[in-house]
Design a protein around this ligand. Structure first.
Ligand SMILES: Nc1nc2c(c(=O)[nH]1)N=C([C@H](O)[C@H](O)COP(=O)(O)OP(=O)(O)OP(=O)(O)O)CN2
Ligand SMILES: [Zn+2]
Length: 149
C-alpha cells in the first residue's frame, strides 16, 4: 500500500506552552469555615502561584499536500490569545473574567475546562480538539477531553 492513496492518516498534534499565575482555592458558594476545611492551606487569602504547563492536543487528517494536520504556528496563535494573553502573570481569581465573574473555583480541573472551551471553536473545521492537559505542578496534572456527565 502506498501512503495517502487509499486512506488518509489521522494524527494527533500537541503544542506545549507554559504560563505563570497565582490563585486561591475558594468557593463563593461556601462560608469561610467550609472553605478552610475543604481547601486547607490553598485557601490562604494571600494566594499562591504556579508555573502551569498546558498541553493542547488536536486530532485530524494529515493533509496530503502540506503534510500537516494544522500548522502549529496557527495553533500557537490560538493558545496565545486564549491562554497566554488572558492568564499569564495574572491572578486567576481577580484578573481572569471567567473565574472573577462566576462561581468557578480556580482548580486545575476548571482551568483545563476553561482552556478547552476557549480553544475548541477557534480550530479549523477539519481539526478536533482532542485533549487539554494542565500541569499545575510536576505532581498535579489534569486532563480534560470535553466530556460532560
Ligand atoms: N483536585 C484538585 N486538588 C487540588 C488542586 C486542584 O487544582 N485540583 N489544587 C490545589 C492547590 O492549588 C495546590 O497548589 C496544590 O497543592 P499541593 O499538591 O499540596 O502542593 P504542594 O506544592 O504543597 O505539594 P507537595 O506535596 O508539598 O509537593 C490543591 N488540591
Ligand atoms: Zn494552587
Amino acid at each position: 500500500m502506498s501512503l495517502f492513496t487509499e486512506k488518509k492518516p489521522v494524527a494527533f498534534v500537541t503544542r506545549v506552552e507554559t504560563f505563570s499565575a497565582c490563585h486561591r482555592l475558594h468557593s463563593k458558594q461556601l462560608d469561610d469555615g467550609e472553605n478552610k476545611r475543604i481547601f486547607g492551606k490553598c485557601n490562604n487569602p494571600n494566594g499562591h502561584g504556579h508555573n502551569y504547563k498546558v498541553e493542547v492536543t488536536v486530532r485530524g487528517p494529515v493533509n496530503a499536500v502540506t503534510g500537516m494536520v494544522m500548522n502549529v504556528v496557527d495553533l500557537k496563535g490560538i493558545i496565545n490569545s486564549v491562554v497566554m494573553d488572558v492568564m499569564d502573570h495574572k491572578h486567576l481569581d481577580y484578573d481572569v473574567p471567567v473565574f472573577r465573574d462566576s462561581n468557578l473555583v480556580s482548580t486545575t480541573e476548571n482551568v483545563a475546562v476553561v482552556i478547552f472551551e476557549g480553544i475548541k471553536n477557534h480550530l479549523p473545521d477539519h481539526v478536533d480538539l482532542h485533549e487539554i492537559k494542565v500541569h499545575e505542578t510536576e505532581k498535579n496534572i489534569v486532563v480534560f477531553r470535553g466530556d460532560y456527565e
